[in-house]
Structure formats: structure tokens, C-alpha cells
Design a protein around this ligand. Structure first.
Ligand code: GP9
Ligand code: MN
Length: 429
């Protein structure tokens, strides 16, 4: 009930991290394209197979002087996988400890999410694009709750025939046809493009496989670099298109990997990828890193080492767009803020900080991965304090979702989203 809001407000106020004056508002009014890189892990960046870069396009974006990249950025998803990543990015709320919050609560809950905020504060139009059926992860309902004006799902791509590899059409075909829709969106727009070819079990047809597989002997791990390479080529085609049409000039590109592609069940192969004898829990924690980068003409770029994750994306974008998130009920902290606490919670309650890491219930030094079998009193006190923050952070986010608490929260200058304003069906009923 309404009374449950008070502790949430208190906690978020206490941990609010203010914007960065150097960046605040610098991207205001530009189009935004969020490129969702399916199952894409940070280690793929600059990784080579037989001397060849797996993802040359994404690598060059990563190193561009107009790209703000983050190399200590972690996925924080739970069982909701892609949908948890989407929820964190759209609303800065965590997925639930079990299941997919977008599926269970996406239809009925009130949200104060990116599409609605950008529309109401800055007049952005919004669209999500995905080459799968609209009902997957309950997107067709949750997107209405988020305030998405358009949702281009599989049925909007009737001309694409050469598609099915499990979860929707192949990225090159998807992104090519997406670009025709993008062009017609009223500007400025906020668009999310959800790729899917680089999805387990990493299958790609022969004519699209000109890249060598890994040779770990693990059938899941070995072709992962091939689909990642294909994804990279599709990104190149999208960038070429944006450059050619001039759209690139006034568009911010946000790229991120939604979650791990190789689960922790593949330790021997992971060891080979990392060139290590044995894999520790610390290695598995670092294995959860995914790319996050923001590219825009004139943006002061560089590789930023702050520790953060998907929950922090929305406050970061708000900062760059000049939207003050001071009063927002968002669980992340601006990645550019000097006031960040740099505590990265995983959905199961483990965590990473610049100094210490807890994973599988074990403690490590984050810098070198050395285990801390017997913490000193002072260390244990520190661990307890971090754990308290993590448990509270996750627990309060769960309360917001389970109790639908945002319906009681009056966000200043924000009108509640009316789901009836949106229909995404092509077929007339
Ligand atoms: C399905 C796609 C995959 O539409 O987004 O979701 P995932 O299995 O990665 O959660
Ligand atoms: Mn996914």
C-alpha cells in the first residue's frame, strides 16, 4: 500500500548521485538509438580468433574519441534475462528474484519509464523494434505501460523470409528493414533495436559464416564468436546507413550487451577463452561484464572505469539529456556522477565494488582476484555494510514492483501513462 513508498523514497534520496556538470544536458534533443546487443559479453571487445578481431566495428566504436565506454559495467539480470535488462534500462528497476517482472507485472503496473519521460520532458517520439513475435516477454503489453508509441515486431517485417533461427529474424535483415521505419519517426526519437542472432545456441547458416569458430571443443562456446561476428557486421551496415542518410550526425548511439552468452556451466571452455588453468568464482563474477557505450558527435569520450551496471543506464541518460532525476524513483546511479557508491548488485544478492567482490558467497579482492578466506574484522564490517545496501536496494525495488507502488507516486511534472493510447497490432481486429 501507499505507506510502503516512504522507505523507498528515503533510501533513494539518501543514495541519490547528482549529475556531472561537464556532461549535463550535452546530448539534449538528439535522437537516441539504443542498440541491444543480444548475449554480448565484454570480453568479445578486442578479442581475436586466428589473429582476426571478432567485432571490428564495435571495437572501433569502443575506442572512438566520441564514445564514452565503460569497462567495469555488469549485467544484473535474473531469470527474466532480456526482459530484465529491458526493464532496468527503461525504468531503472530490477527484475524480480524469480520469473520475469515484465511478464508478471508489465501489463498492470504503473511505470515511469524512459519513453514516457522523454516524451513528456523533451517531446521525444519512441519506438521499439524486434524481429520476434510481439508477445515474447509480454513486450506488447509492457511497452504500453512504458509509454512506447510504436512497437515494430515481426509482423511489421513481412518481406523478410529468410529468418528463423529460433528467436526471430536475422540481424542484418532486421536492421536493414528497421532503418526504413527509423527514417520516418518524428524527431527527436528514442528508438530501441533488439538484435537476436547472437542468441544461444549460436547457430548461423553457412553463407553467413566466414569467421573461424573457437576451438575449445564446447559446442556452445565455439560458434559464439561466429554469431557475434555476424552481429558486428550487421551493426556496421546500420552505421553505414546512418552515415549515408546523415541521421548519424544528430543521433546518439547507445550500445549494450544484455547478459552473458556463455553461462557459468561452461567452465572448462571459459578457462580456455581466458587462457587460465582454473576458473574461480571471481572469474565468473568478471565474466558478467557486458559492454556499455554511448557514441555521439562531439561527445567527450574515453574509457571510464567506474563500477556500475544496467540499473544505472537511465539516470546516466537523463544526465546527458539534461533531465534532473532528483525526484525520480530510480534505483540506479548516474555513471558519470562523482557521488556514485560503485556498488553493483547482482540479482541473487552477490555484488562487485572497486575493492571487493562477492560471488557464489565467496569474497575476493576486485583488482587481482585474490580470495579473502578469512576477512579481518574491519573487512567483515565493510562486507556487511555493502551487503546491507545490496539487500535493501534489491528488496525495495521488489516492493515497488510487487506492490505496484509507482501508482501512488506523483512524479513532478509527469502525467501517468494511459495504456489505451497505444495499439501495436497491424492486423485489424
Ligand atoms: C526473444 C529474445 C530473447 O524475443 O529477446 O530473449 P532471452 O532469451 O535472451 O531472454
Ligand atoms: Mn537476451
Amino acid at each position: 500500500n501507499k505507506k510502503d513508498l516512504a522507505p523507498v523514497q528515503r533510501f533513494l534520496k539518501q543514495h541519490y548521485a547528482g549529475p556531472n556538470a561537464t556532461y549535463y544536458g550535452t546530448l539534449k534533443g538528439k535522437n537516441i538509438i539504443v542498440l541491444h546487443l543480444e548475449s554480448f559479453q565484454q570480453w568479445l571487445i578486442d578479442y581475436k580468433v586466428d589473429g582476426k578481431e571478432v567485432t571490428p566495428t564495435i571495437n572501433s566504436l569502443y575506442h572512438s574519441s566520441n564514445t564514452l565506454a565503460f569497462d567495469n559495467f555488469f549485467n544484473q539480470v535474473g531469470q527474466g534475462k532480456t526482459s530484465d535488462a529491458e526493464l532496468m534500462l527503461e525504468a531503472s528497476l530490477f527484475g524480480l528474484p524469480e520469473g520475469s517482472a515484465m511478464s508478471t507485472n508489465g501489463t498492470t503496473n504503473t511505470f515511469q519509464a524512459a519513453p514516457a519521460i522523454l516524451d513528456q520532458k523533451l517531446g521525444y517520439s519512441s519506438a521499439s523494434f524486434h524481429g520476434d513475435v510481439p508477445s515474447f516477454w509480454n513486450r506488447d503489453n509492457a511497452y504500453k505501460s512504458f509509454g512506447y508509441q510504436y512497437f515494430f515486431s515481426k509482423e511489421y517485417y513481412p518481406q523478410v523470409k529468410d529468418d528463423v533461427l529460433g528467436y526471430g529474424m536475422k540481424d542484418k535483415l532486421f536492421l536493414k528493414d528497421t532503418s526504413y521505419y527509423l527514417e520516418q519517426l518524428p524527431q527527436p526519437f528514442y528508438a530501441k533495436l533488439i538484435t537476436v542472432t547472437n542468441h544461444y545456441p549460436y547457430i548461423i547458416d553457412k553463407k553467413n559464416t566466414d569467421f573461424p569458430a573457437l576451438k575449445t571443443g564446447d559446442n556452445t562456446v565455439d560458434p559464439y564468436v561466429q554469431t557475434a561476428h555476424y552481429l558486428d557486421q550487421s551493426v556496421k551496415e546500420l552505421l553505414d546507413y546512418l552515415d549515408k542518410t546523415g541521421l548519424r550526425k544528430n543521433t546518439v548511439l547507445v550500445l549494450y550487451g544484455d547478459h552473458y552468452g556463455i553461462s557459468n556451466n561452461h567452465k572448462p571452455a571459459i578457462a580456455k577463452v581466458l587462457g587460465k588453468k582454473n576458473i574461480t568464482s571471481y572469474d565468473l563474477a568478471m565474466w558478467q561484464k557486458v559492454p556499455f557505450m554511448i557514441n555521439a558527435e562531439g561527445l567527450q569520450g574515453g574509457i571510464n572505469h567506474t563500477y556500475g551496471g544496467e540499473i544505472d543506464v537511465l539516470p546516466t541518460l537523463e544526465d546527458l539529456l539534461g533531465i534532473s532525476s532528483n525526484k525520480y524513483l530510480q534505483f540506479g546511479q548516474d555513471l558519470l556522477s562523482a557521488d556514485r557508491n560503485q556498488i553493483v548488485p547482482f540479482r541473487n544478492g552477490d555484488w562487485v565494488t572497486p575493492k571487493y567482490t562477492k560471488y557464489d558467497g565467496k569474497y575476493f579482492y576486485t583488482k587481482n582476484g585474490k580470495p579473502i578466506a578469512k576477512p579481518t574484522k574491519a573487512q567483515q564490517a565493510k562486507f556487511d555494510a555493502i551487503q546491507k545496501y545490496v539487500t535493501t536496494d534489491l528488496g525495495l525495488s521488489d516492493k515497488v514492483i510487487n506492490g505496484d507502488l509507482l501508482r501512488f507516486y506523483h512524479l513532478p511534472g509527469f502525467k501517468d501513462v494511459n495504456k489505451k493510447d497505444y495499439t501495436y497490432n497491424l492486423k485489424k481486429s
